[in-house]
Unconditional design. Structure first.
Length: 498
């Protein structure tokens, strides 16, 4: 049985290799042999997530023709990659990409640390901001006033409070997607929604296509559910999805589910345009794949931008597109209210399965969110959140550019995260050493599948002013220590590039 989950065509791989920036050689350095340069190029594409792990590579003859090199050169490059652990082969099945067994891989997702345990540590691990007061306090007070009638019931509402389901349905209708409350289920955060969807649609061993990179905690949730993750590389920069890759993966791998973040993607901040949204829905429908769309960042535009229609606008019945929303990013992470919008029969199935999970979502928090949306407090709170995130983003961008000018990133127009290429420094080692110098930062491999993105870190918009300046200074200090090999007790520098 072949071990690959997607395929890279010879023309596509040739384009990616030819688009790579050549690395400057030192004075008097010899030009590497052609096979070595080819092997290094493929290895870098794998480590940066441009070619997924477990992707089938072209046959030697096909790639040689596409690159206008000899088959011997390709064969030697493939052999070098096999010896380094970046390629596996099997007679009759071809060759597919891999990562070495010793490559540093994260064991978990992003666990927030208790605030009292941080001390002087600057925590850039969690993309969450303090509550937008006074709106949290007002919402809880409003919820307490509405609580007495519910206190006389058993308190279990597996589909969610009827008032909140109606409120959420009305909000989708106001966005141009007619929605009934029967199409809404309230969940315990977006994580609860996606966990329920995975258990209903993707049993152990099922394939789930995911963006590469993607949100670390969702990837870990899917791994623990026993899913086989099929990564699909994002387009360059902030331009959203690479539709030819998505069509190929949906056609070749036939995943049961696909998980995407169309609005201010976590971690890259990319915003998919309307044509991409329509095309991905069409491709998922043709492949029989259920498309799970995470909208938790959709209201967090920080600059003036014409927002595309929601992805569910191209499947209003909700049979192909399951939309997940949440109060946790737009309002406050401590407000664990999420929701799913889907076809009524899907909602009924999700609700029925919930009896074996958490039974329902806390009533008081549902009432608080309902109060916010009913009174206009939601919009005012989100405006406050945008202003805070915008200030933090601008301060962090300026500080990183000043302290680490060799680091590369695109500044997103929304969301809560900056996706940063670290100039060849290992993101895993940077995360390790960063905690020693007082800054906690998640490494790139947490957001990839099987070791990709070693040369990246994610920086959230959670600090500003002097704290942002100090965070960047500590990251620069950590990067210098990694480059000197301090992360391994004086060993040679742990950079990841050739």
């Amino acid at each position: 049985m072949a071990q690959w989950t997607s395929a890279v065509g010879p023309a596509q791989l040739a384009r990616q290799l030819n688009a790579q920036q050549p690395r400057p050689a030192g004075t008097g350095a010899r030009k590497p042999p052609a096979y070595r340069a080819l092997a290094d190029g493929i290895r870098l594409l794998v480590l940066e997530g441009r070619v997924p792990v477990a992707a089938r590579l072209p046959a030697e003859r096909e790639l040689a023709l596409a690159l206008s090199v000899s088959r011997t050169t390709v064969a030697a490059a493939y052999e070098a990659l096999r010896s380094e652990g970046f390629l596996e082969s099997r007679r009759g099945a071809g060759s597919w990409t891999a990562v070495p067994a010793g490559n540093p891989l994260p064991a978990r997702g992003l666990e927030p640390l208790p605030p009292e345990s941080l001390g002087s540590m600057i925590d850039l691990g969690c993309a969450a901001l303090p509550a937008p007061e006074p709106w949290l306090t007002r919402a809880v007070q409003g919820a307490l006033e509405e609580l007495p009638p519910y206190a006389h019931t058993h308190g279990d509402y597996p589909a969610g409070l009827p008032a909140l389901r109606q409120r959420l349905a009305d909000r989708y209708t106001a966005r141009g997607i007619p929605t009934m409350p029967e199409q809404i289920m309230v969940t315990t955060g977006a994580m609860g929604a996606i966990d329920a969807i995975c258990h209903l649609f993707a049993g152990r061993g099922e394939r789930i296509a995911v963006e590469s990179p993607s949100y670390a905690n969702i990837l870990q949730l899917m791994r623990e559910a026993g899913a086989r993750l099929v990564p699909v590389a994002m387009a360059e920069g902030l331009s959203g999805w690479d539709l030819p890759r998505w069509r190929q993966v949906l056609r070749d791998s036939a995943p049961r589910l696909a998980y995407v973040v169309a609005d201010f993607h976590n971690p890259t901040g990319a915003l998919a345009d309307e044509d991409q949204r329509r095309a991905l829905v069409d491709a998922a429908r043709s492949a029989g794949t259920v498309l799970v769309v995470d909208e938790t960042m959709s209201e967090l535009w920080l600059d003036e931008v014409d927002m595309p229609r929601p992805v569910c606008a191209f499947d209003p019945a909700g049979s192909t597109v399951l939309t997940v929303g949440s109060a946790s990013k737009a309002f406050w992470a401590g407000m664990r209210i999420g929701w799913v919008r889907a076809a009524p029969d899907v909602i009924r199935s999700l609700v029925a399965a919930r009896a074996y999970a958490d039974l329902g979502t806390p009533v008081l928090e549902q009432l608080a969110v309902n109060w916010l949306m009913a009174t206009g407090g939601w919009e005012q709170a989100v405006d406050l959140r945008r202003a805070q995130a915008r200030e933090n983003r601008d301060a962090l961008v300026a500080a990183v550019r000043r302290e680490l000018p060799e680091w590369e990133f695109d500044v997103p127009v929304g969301g809560l995260t900056l996706w940063v290429r670290t100039g060849g420094v290992s993101g895993s080692r940077l995360a390790e050493v960063g905690e020693r110098v007082g800054v906690r930062v998640p490494s790139g491999p947490r957001f990839g599948v099987d070791g990709a993105f070693e040369g990246y870190v994610r920086l959230p918009f959670t600090v500003s002013g002097p704290v942002a300046d100090e965070a960047a200074a500590r990251l620069a200090a950590a990067a210098r220590l990694v480059e000197k090999g301090a992360s391994n007790g004086g060993e040679s520098p742990r950079t990841f590039v050739a």
